[in-house]
Every structure is written in structure tokens, then in C-alpha cells.
Write a protein that binds this ligand. Structure first.
Ligand SMILES: [Zn+2]
Ligand SMILES: [Zn+2]
Length: 267
């Protein structure tokens, strides 16, 4: 069956993806409601009860909104760093007045690989304004998948982790000019543009054009801003960058969407 990646949702109103091998299925982030997660899984032909684990990148609500309910319903292990778990519990307690419990909480540390079924997961630190944010690479059956969204820039360490990926999911959050002239208050614009904010189309293009190793069969643009980006602008900029290195022919470019799940990418 090989390895598959399903982008159920991507953007500031909820992030959720599935990375699966023949016998293991991991939910990456839980930013949709439980009901919507299940609905989108069914649309792409997946049974929620077949999930093996949930992995969380960081505690921003667009990544954890549905976590408590999903964990309760599915009773599967939830993996996150200790600091992310604390920040999540604090935020949940503030809202509801009591400390949330995860029946099966598994702690990992950035930089240290761990295994979920037959998938080897490597979390790595990303620059973002959360307690202990991470990106992930996944390896199974000789296939490598990399996911890096919610990051202000691409440090050398992150670039290194993303080498050799067969599927590369990368943030292409905003067009710098659209953000500059857009309606966000200046403080929010500064936050998005900062070194711990979000990756612009331009910054991603710089990586794809100058540093990326052309290894991926599929490059997926993710976490696009609905206010400060346009799918065609993001696509064109990434295509242009890939073309400068002759990589347009070996990389299929896809755009993850907020509104609906992408058909699963199968390798
Ligand atoms: Zn996010
Ligand atoms: Zn975030």
C-alpha cells in the first residue's frame, strides 16, 4: 500500500493532516473540530477508528482546537513536547476552569526520534512564537515525508531536516506586499513577518530556488493566509522558483486548502 499523506485542512482556521503507512496512521495536529475531522476523513476514504496516534506541533488553537474531544473519543496516544502539553493544559484550564486530562499523553523531545508503529518520527525545532514548536519528518517503507509550517524563517537546521523528502509540506503563508498593504493592524503584521511568525511566499521561493534538493515527488504549499495571500500567487511563485532549477518537472506542486481535504497523496 505504501505511504500516504492526506491534507485534511490547512490555514489559520485549522490544521490537520494524516501520514499513513500500510499499518500505522498518524493524525498530525488537531485544529479542526472532532466532527469536522471525522467528516473530512470519511470524504478521503479514511476510518477515524483506524488512527494510531495524534501528534501535535504546537499549542496554537489552529493546531489543537479539536484535540481534547478527539483524544477522548479515540482513546489513542497523543504525542507532544512537555512544554507544549503544559501550554495546552494552561490554555484549556483558562477557558473551562478545570485542567484537561489526556488519557494517553506521550512526551517527546525535539531532536529525538521516536516510533509510532512502523513510522519513525523525527521532531525538529522551528522558529515560531509558541512554547516549544516543532516540525516533523516521517520515515516508513523507504519513503520520507517532511512537514514544516508555522515558522518565521528557515534556519539551516530545518533545511537539513527537510533534505531527501519524497513529500514536502511547506508553509507559504503570505505575499509580503499583500500583507504590507492589507487590513491587519501593524502589530499583527509585525508578528506575522517576524522571525517567529510565518513563512512568506518569497522566503519559501528563496528556499526552493536556492537550497532545496529537488528530492520530492510532491511539494505541498500549506498554511496559506486567506487575507494576505492568493493560491495562484503562491503557486506561481513556487513554480517559478522550482523552474529555475529545472525542478518543475520532477516536483508535482499541490496546494493544501482550508475549506476542503485534498485527495490523498500516495507513494
Ligand atoms: Zn498555524
Ligand atoms: Zn502557530
Amino acid at each position: 500500500m505504501g505511504v500516504s499523506v492526506s491534507m485534511l485542512a490547512s490555514g489559520s482556521r485549522g490544521n490537520c493532516a494524516i501520514v499513513a503507512s500500510a499499518c500505522t496512521k498518524i493524525l498530525v495536529d488537531a485544529g479542526l473540530s472532532c466532527r469536522e475531522t471525522f467528516r473530512r476523513m470519511k470524504i478521503v476514504g479514511d476510518d477515524p477508528l483506524s488512527l494510531s496516534a495524534i501528534l501535535i506541533t504546537h499549542e496554537h488553537s489552529d493546531h489543537i482546537y479539536g484535540l481534547a474531544t478527539l483524544a477522548k473519543k479515540l482513546r489513542i496516544p497523543v504525542f507532544m513536547t512537555g512544554a507544549t502539553h503544559q501550554a495546552w493544559a494552561r490554555a484549556m484550564r483558562d477557558e473551562h476552569g478545570e485542567k484537561p486530562q489526556l488519557e494517553k499523553f506521550e512526551r517527546f523531545e525535539s531532536g529525538h526520534s521516536f516510533q509510532v508503529g512502523d513510522i519513525v518520527v523525527k521532531p525538529f525545532t522551528i522558529p515560531h512564537d509558541a512554547a516549544d514548536p516543532v516540525g516533523f519528518t516521517f520515515r516508513a517503507e523507504g519513503i520520507k515525508v517532511g512537514i514544516a509550517t508555522d515558522l518565521g524563517y528557515l534556519p539551516v537546521s530545518v533545511r537539513d531536516h527537510l533534505r531527501g523528502c519524497d513529500v514536502l509540506v511547506m508553509e507559504s503563508n503570505h505575499d509580503l506586499e499583500m500583507l504590507r498593504v492589507g487590513s491587519y493592524p501593524w502589530s499583527v503584521k509585525q508578528r506575522v513577518m517576524s522571525r517567529v511568525g510565518h513563512l512568506s511566499n518569497e522566503a519559501l521561493a528563496d528556499f526552493l530556488g536556492n537550497d532545496y534538493d529537488n528530492s520530492a515527488t510532491f511539494v505541498v504549499l500549506a498554511h496559506l493566509s486567506q487575507e494576505n495571500n492568493h493560491p495562484e500567487i503562491a503557486r506561481r511563485q513556487a513554480e517559478r522558483a522550482l523552474a529555475t532549477r529545472g525542478g518543475l518537472f520532477c516536483n508535482r506542486l499541490l496546494l493544501a486548502s482550508q475549506a476542503e481535504a485534498l485527495q490523498p497523496i500516495c507513494l
